[in-house]
Design a protein around this ligand. Structure first.
Ligand code: FPP
Length: 247
């Protein structure tokens, strides 16, 4: 909880779903808008409403860490206006919702190279991360200009540099070592990866972290996602038997 705030929100109902870290590929904003004969930006706006609902729900349901894929390193291929719209919505979201999240004790973390966005957005992101850094109730991770292959290439580069300097022996490089060099190093292991809109692929999201995550695909379009949808995904997760390669 934010140390300087008196909470208006009850302590989270830590249920028995057992998912500490849930990640979501928020897909289907464009199709949601198209079905309503609206411009794509209307779908993204409705997508932000779903983000708001889902962050609140994750907090209420005791999900320790929620990671949302908001902008991939491949999304730069979209029309310039759509990139401007998405950046504007992100800025607006931080400005309008940060107080509430801070009050709930939510820590905001960004993964991916957010410094590629325009300076106003970068400043806002850094301010929001700094303000919520010590919050402990749960963590909202937003992936911005994130790509898992890029994240792994960056880790490989660091290891190669350490090896060239003679600081490590390449023969000793182990998975645990690589994990400490990823953007998610300080986050709990990924338990559940949700993708909306009926597509069934990972799209360069958390490829390493998803090694033993349970995957959950729903036909629901992202703007329709809500607490009930998250509860359904968590109930489905709870029923899975996780064996991690064992029997
Ligand atoms: C995928 O839908 C969605 C995105 C690429 C952007 C997700 C962004 C938001 C929900 C809003 C901003 C985020 C935050 C955290 C404030 P799509 O456009 O690919 O949909 P389609 O596949 O139906 O065209």
């Amino acid at each position: 909880m934010a140390s300087d705030a008196v909470s208006l929100f009850p302590a989270p109902d830590i249920s028995s779903h057992g998912a500490r870290h849930v990640a979501i590929i928020m897909d289907g904003n464009g199709r949601w808008a198209k079905k309503r004969l609206l411009p794509r930006v209307a779908g993204h706006k409705a997508g932000v409403e779903a983000v708001r609902r889902t962050v609140r729900a994750a907090h209420d349901l005791g999900v320790e860490c929620l990671t949302l894929y908001a902008f991939s390193s491949e999304n730069w291929k979209r029309p310039e206006q759509e990139i401007i719209d998405l950046t504007g919505l992100l800025k607006h979201f931080i400005r309008s919702d940060l107080d509430e999240f801070h009050e709930r004790g939510v820590r905001l973390r960004i993964i991916g190279d957010y410094r590629a966005f325009e300076p106003g957005a970068v400043a806002l992101i850094e301010e929001a991360q700094a303000r919520t850094r010590d919050n402990r109730a749960n963590t909202l991770v937003i992936a911005l200009n994130y790509g898992a292959q890029d994240e792994l290439a960056r880790a490989a580069r660091i290891l190669a540099q350490q090896a060239v300097r003679g600081e490590i022996d390449p023969a000793t490089i182990a998975p645990g070592h690589i994990a400490t060099l990823l953007d998610t190093a300080d986050l709990p292991p990924l338990d559940l990866l949700i993708r909306t809109s009926g597509e069934q692929r990972l799209s360069n999201f958390l490829l390493w972290q998803a090694a033993y995550a349970e995957l959950y695909f729903t036909d629901m379009l992202w703007p329709d996602f809500d607490k009930n949808a998250l509860m359904n995904a968590l109930a489905n997760f709870k029923a899975r038997e996780r064996r991690y390669g064992g029997l």
